[in-house]
Design a protein around this ligand. Structure first.
Ligand SMILES: [Zn+2]
Length: 412
């Protein structure tokens, strides 16, 4: 069967997404708009753009149109298994991103300084998903016993690696330092956080902190003394954090930390999201700044599933849809120092997500073997990455078969 070649078009727009409810928090838009794309760039967002000006028109009425979603905590360095391990923890980015409307994923510390170059060449450069990385303060990354040995926390090496790959690296990750050895000269309570913050200072980037409180290193001290404004605390609603007091109220130090510029990220994960913390906190006005999955092979079929399910959980805990979109677009974009992403301004890269907002009865689970029953669920219907349709499971962009040309056809 012959394939027709794409015809050059004299029309100004290559793609027009017509008639959807556009939610673009950065630009204060929540209403019916058309989104016009020229090549890999957003050309215009406006009511009633003339379809004759576009080579291709997709009717997205009845759907939610948002900037491409950013998942700022995931694990996608799938080409490396730590020594002695049969496999790593990571998922294949393109297999999980677009089906949730995500066009950008941030790998949070799967690679340390010693493997960043391998990560770049074997994964980041080959993926269609845009991938950034936090460099683990542990030079060998994760996961293994080496994460408990402070001799592997190399602030200079981590910082110089971040600076060597400025297009990829967005900060430093402090992680998985839960040693149960008695504290000694080497194993000090704050060894991991202190070295990560030192690296952050050396490279001028934020630190993302994964943390396990102990009596010698308390959660309020982390938030109020150790972290710097702009640093990100991930796994905010994990069981181990004192979020809610005995009377059911959100601890005051959380609001104080937010006032001093500490950023709170969801980082769902296999063990880090409890409705018993999240529901009362959100009800009392303490919602996360950003929504993220912490997606890896041990939660992709378990408590997390994907980004759109994680967003739907926050939606059903009472956060409005525009705020959920803000927490999944412009907020994470600014947290990672990439404010050019996460919005649909003219001139921005044409990363766009189209969702169906389902209504009905839906169960959602957390990491503590508990559930909520919600009445709304986001379901990705179309994803555009740099102007190309990369996910269209229901054929939104295709003709009905009775109207399709006789031969196989290609997109203009
Ligand atoms: Zn993680």
């Amino acid at each position: 069967m012959s394939q027709s070649q794409p015809q050059p078009s004299d029309k100004p727009y290559s793609l027009l997404l017509k008639g959807g409810r556009v939610i673009d928090p950065k630009n204060g838009i929540d209403g019916t708009r058309d989104v016009a794309i020229a090549g890999d760039t957003i050309a215009a967002v406006a009511p009633d753009i003339d379809p004759a000006r576009a080579a291709r028109v997709v009717d997205v009425s009845g759907h939610i149109v948002t900037p491409g979603i950013l998942d700022m905590h995931a694990h996608v360095y799938h080409t490396r298994a730590p020594e002695g391990e049969p496999e790593g923890l990571s998922v294949l980015a393109d297999a999980h991103s677009f089906r949730s409307g995500a066009t950008t994923m941030v790998d949070t510390g799967t690679a340390g300084a010693r493997h960043l170059r391998h990560f770049k060449h074997t994964v980041i450069d080959r993926a269609k998903t845009r991938i950034f990385a936090y460099v683990n303060i542990v030079d060998q990354g994760m996961i293994g016993d080496f994460e408990q040995d402070p001799r592997n926390f190399d602030a200079e090496l981590a910082a110089s690696t971040v600076l060597a790959y400025p297009d990829i690296c967005v900060g430093v990750k402090a992680a998985h330092y839960w040693t149960h050895k008695p504290w000694d000269e080497l194993h000090t309570p704050w060894a991991c956080v202190d070295q990560a913050v030192k690296a952050g200072e050396l490279c001028g980037k934020p630190v993302m902190v994964d943390f396990w409180p102990r009596p010698e290193r308390t959660y309020p001290d982390l938030l109020l003394k150790k972290m710097r404004p702009g640093d990100i605390h991930t796994h905010v609603f994990a069981q181990q954090f004192p979020i809610i007091d005995a009377q059911g109220r959100v601890y005051d130090y959380l609001f104080k930390a937010r006032e001093r510029g500490i950023v709170f990220d969801l980082g769902h994960g296999a063990a880090s999201f409890w409705f018993r913390n999240a529901a009362p906190a959100i009800a009392q006005g303490f919602a996360p700044d950003s929504i993220s999955t912490d997606l890896h092979i041990r939660n992709m079929n378990g408590s997390v599933i994907d980004m759109q399910t994680t967003m739907s959980k926050i939606l059903n805990l009472g956060v409005s849809l525009p705020e959920v979109i803000r927490m999944s677009t412009i907020n994470p974009a600014s947290e990672i120092g990439h404010p050019e992403l996460g919005h649909l301004s003219a001139g921005a890269c044409a990363d766009v997500a189209v969702f169906t907002l389902r209504e009905g009865q839906f169960g959602f689970v957390d990491c503590g073997r508990a559930k909520i029953i919600g009445d709304k669920k986001l379901e990705c219907a179309l994803t555009v990455r740099a102007g190309q349709i990369v996910f269209d499971p229901g054929g939104l962009s295709m003709p009905h078969w009775t109207d399709a040309p006789a031969e196989y056809w290609r997109l203009p």
